[in-house]
Ligand binder design. Structure first.
Ligand code: ADP
Length: 226
């Protein structure tokens, strides 16, 4: 549990850096308290979208949407997005934020548990054609800023468990971008690559202002050919 003093310091830090989260922050962006800590900074979200949106109208599943920082960037680059989140308040913020960026019509918001909703994405439609998801973006709860207190962040420390999340996701699409703390165990990221056909992973550090903010592990055809 974070002390009130630490929360205040962190909020001041995020307030100072607020335009890095959403460049249109003053145009009606909505965020709850948690959103300040968990939204992906816009430059990083844009970069991930550049890698994931491989063609116009490709379909991306954002499994832990939060207030929508990533989903908006996918839509802005031309993707159609399914945006899932357990928390209706977060999704309300995400919908409003998508409106601010003019992309709400490209995002389908689904309130619910990723584990439950994933099943319907695995099932075929009545006519036998599988629902086609080109790729999946996973940014699960890291458990707050305490993740940095340990030298190595274990996938099992995510809530829900990061191994389980990957296992569920890979049944829908093997093209996965996994957004995690910068100190996440590389061994574990390589280990889960064994669940994909190519068995490859590319681990990218996401740097902002000369600081590594997070990492993104790419799987399937999101691994760059170089
Ligand atoms: P972080 O630790 O990165 O700050 P959050 O705690 O903000 O992450 O969690 C990311 C988002 O995932 C939140 O918006 C939360 O509501 C959502 N979430 C958590 N569990 C699930 C789940 N099982 N299915 C869908 N969304 C979930």
């Amino acid at each position: 549990m974070l002390s009130k003093y630490l929360v205040l310091i962190l909020l001041l830090k995020y307030w100072h850096q607020r335009y890095r989260l959403f460049s249109k922050l003053n145009d009606g962006i909505l965020m709850d308290e948690e959103g300040w800590f968990s939204v992906t900074p816009e430059l990083i979200a844009t970069h991930i979208a550049d890698r994931m949106v491989t063609h116009k109208d490709c379909v991306i599943l954002d499994a832990f949407t939060g207030v929508g920082g990533n989903a908006i960037q996918f839509a802005l680059k031309g993707a159609l997005v399914y945006a899932i989140d357990l928390d209706p308040i977060k999704l309300r913020c995400a919908r409003q934020n998508a409106k601010v960026y003019g992309v709400e019509n490209r995002i389908t918001f689904i309130c619910g548990n990723f584990y439950h909703i994933a099943k319907s994405f695995c099932q075929s439609r009545p006519d036998g054609i599988p629902l086609l998801i080109d790729s999946i973006f996973l940014s699960p709860p890291w458990g707050g800023p305490e993740y940095l207190n340990k030298p190595i962040f274990e996938l099992g420390s995510c809530v829900p468990d990061g191994f389980d999340i990957f296992e569920v996701a890979v049944k829908i699409s093997q093209n996965i971008a996994y957004f995690l703390p910068r100190n996440t165990s590389s061994n574990q990221l390589m280990q889960i690559a064994g669940k994909t056909a190519s068995k490859k992973v590319e681990i990218e550090h996401n740097v902002l202002n000369n600081k590594i903010k997070a990492l993104t592990a790419y799987y399937g055809n999101l691994v760059s050919s170089s």
